[in-house]
Design a protein around this ligand. Structure first.
Ligand SMILES: Nc1ncnc2c1ncn2[C@@H]1O[C@H](COP(=O)(O)OP(=O)(O)O)[C@@H](O)[C@H]1O
Ligand SMILES: [Mg+2]
Length: 219
């Protein structure tokens, strides 16, 4: 029994915080878990990430941007995600294909059908079993991130707030279209409460007991 779980949401919504907590919770209970992120997670993906996030790359065309994200995604799927799932490891990914639909699609107002074709090619049809959406007003998320001295500030985060608001609205639309796959969590709650909501959704899917006993093998 394995699972592919992705984390989505505005910058500063707590994706990195929550994905680490979930990885720790799974590992404590003896479930192998692999934590990765987009764009990146591979040598080639990290090189693409550098190109995408470079603030000097102001001339990057929207199609080039979409292709670069999906090139990194294809490498991650082939090199890391599919092999891990095949080995029975739970894969947790910080951003995935829904980020392309939210930002390149809804954010820029680009053709969603085209982007879905691109995503389908990049992923070979692999879709997450569960997508956690950390729901926060993008302005609040950006404020949180600005308050974090260690946060990296990249080219995507420079873009206007209207873009981030359109992406946020897009996320909610995607979640409403596929309610089985999405878990929408109020990301303004305390870290521990958000983690509890996520655990409540993940543990039954892995047939792990809600109890915290690390050795319990329920059902
Ligand atoms: N539930 C929360 N409430 C308040 N601050 C939070 C919460 N979750 C995360 N943070 C803080 O907000 C900032 C962004 O969190 P992070 O996990 O890096 O978000 P993301 O990966 O989505 O950009 C960090 O300083 C983090 O400590
Ligand atoms: Mg992060």
């Amino acid at each position: 029994m394995t699972l592919f779980i992705t984390f989505e949401g505005p910058d500063g919504s707590g994706k990195t915080t929550q994905i680490q907590l979930l990885a720790e919770a799974l590992t404590r209970r003896g479930q192998a878990a692999l934590l990765t992120r987009e764009p990146g997670g591979t040598r080639i993906g990290n090189a693409i990430r550098t190109v995408l996030h470079d603030r000097a790359h102001v001339e990057m065309s929207l199609r080039a941007e979409a292709l670069l994200y999906n090139a990194a995604r294809a490498q991650l799927v082939d090199e890391v995600i599919r092999p891990a799932l095949a080995a029975g490891t739970v894969v947790l990914c910080d951003r995935f294909a829904d980020s392309t639909l939210a930002y390149q699609g809804f954010g820029y107002g680009r053709n969603l059908a085209e982007l879905r074709m691109l995503i389908d090619y990049a992923t070979g049809g692999l879709t997450p079993n569960l997508t956690v959406f950390l729901d926060i007003d993008p302005a609040e998320g950006l404020r949180r991130k600005r308050g974090d001295a260690d946060a990296e500030w990249n080219r995507m985060e420079d873009k206007a707030l209207a873009f981030h608001r359109a992406a946020h609205a897009g996320y909610l639309q995607l979640a409403a279209q596929e309610v089985e796959r999405w878990l929408v969590v109020d990301a303004t709650q305390p870290v521990a409460s958000i983690h509890a909501s996520i655990w409540q959704s993940v543990s039954p899917r892995l047939r792990i007991s809600e109890s915290t006993a690390p050795t319990s093998q329920s059902r």
